[in-house]
Design a protein around this ligand. Sequence first.
Ligand SMILES: *[C@@H]1O[C@H](CO)[C@@H](O)[C@H](O)[C@H]1NC(C)=O
Ligand SMILES: *[C@@H]1O[C@H](CO)[C@@H](O)[C@H](O)[C@H]1NC(C)=O
Ligand SMILES: *[C@@H]1O[C@H](CO)[C@@H](O)[C@H](O)[C@H]1NC(C)=O
Length: 282
Amino acid sequence: MMLFIGFVEACIVIAATQAALGHPHARHASDCIRSVLAEAADAYIAAQAAGNISLLEGVLAEDWAYEENNKREEPRKGVLSKALKIDHYRTNFDLIACATYTELIAADPANPYVIGTQIRHGRDSKVTLIDTVSSTTNSWLFDAKKTLEHVLQESWDPIPESKRDSRDVIKAAGDAYLDMWSNATAADAVPWGTPCARLEGSAYTGKGRPDDSCKAGIPSNHSQAPNTRRRYVIDESMGSVSIFCVWEHMMMAADSHEFRLEGGKLRYVHTMTVCGGQQCRL
Ligand SMILES: *[C@@H]1O[C@H](CO)[C@@H](O)[C@H](O)[C@H]1NC(C)=O
Ligand SMILES: *[C@@H]1O[C@H](CO)[C@@H](O)[C@H](O)[C@H]1NC(C)=O
Ligand SMILES: *[C@@H]1O[C@H](CO)[C@@H](O)[C@H](O)[C@H]1NC(C)=O
């Protein structure tokens, strides 16, 4: 965990430096400052660790909303009010949409969770929405301990500025991937990379080999399952897009897909899929 705290701190330093130098990102989003987004994401992680919503008080807008597994929920009844032993987290920043995406893993066998959370900020920088996909026992291919092992082997270092893909390229890659379930030719538009590893729940396609591929088991049965209600958090410095949606072809599940591109090519895919408290089945 120390490693990730270090990374968040590094991001705050970068944000402060960018602001001081009048970096275009800082100018472009005057009410969308990385350190402000980081403060809220860190408060969210602390609140989730403690199971105490009060720790969010300073960052929330008065009329903030909480969504869990694609449904509006009373935060005091949701997973956010459950203390979790957090083993890993990583937060990505969208300085255009004023939003963050946090991936969080609690491998504790007594209380295992793998959670994705998008946090959206309003004009005054206060949090207007905490939107969570909270996978646990019965979720698709769920095993928090295995997920943690795989995640800790991956490298999500920031991408050097000169090598970053554009927001549009990153978003289009994620959309093409999600379109594969309803569109037989969408796979041609996915910028498949080699190596590429897909972490689907706890199942991992990566073997640590240079020819690792994410194409294994991609859909061949194209039905009317367009993966609707897509919500995006895009971080060019990470090459990443988080997309939450309704996963129609698997019990109308609540779904989180996160993609990372390196050099325009797909490098990592992480998924969490929650089937309304029931065992997920295809
Ligand atoms: C929740 O956090 C608040 C603010 O720090 C604190 O006053 C309160 O005692 C905490 N509640 C619990 C149940 O720990
Ligand atoms: C299917 O995907 C292809 C490739 O991205 C795209 O050109 C086409 O417009 C898509 N078709 C539909 C119906 O969305
Ligand atoms: C293909 O999709 C249709 C519609 O969703 C479904 O009824 C059918 O069982 C699927 N077939 C296979 C082989 O998965």
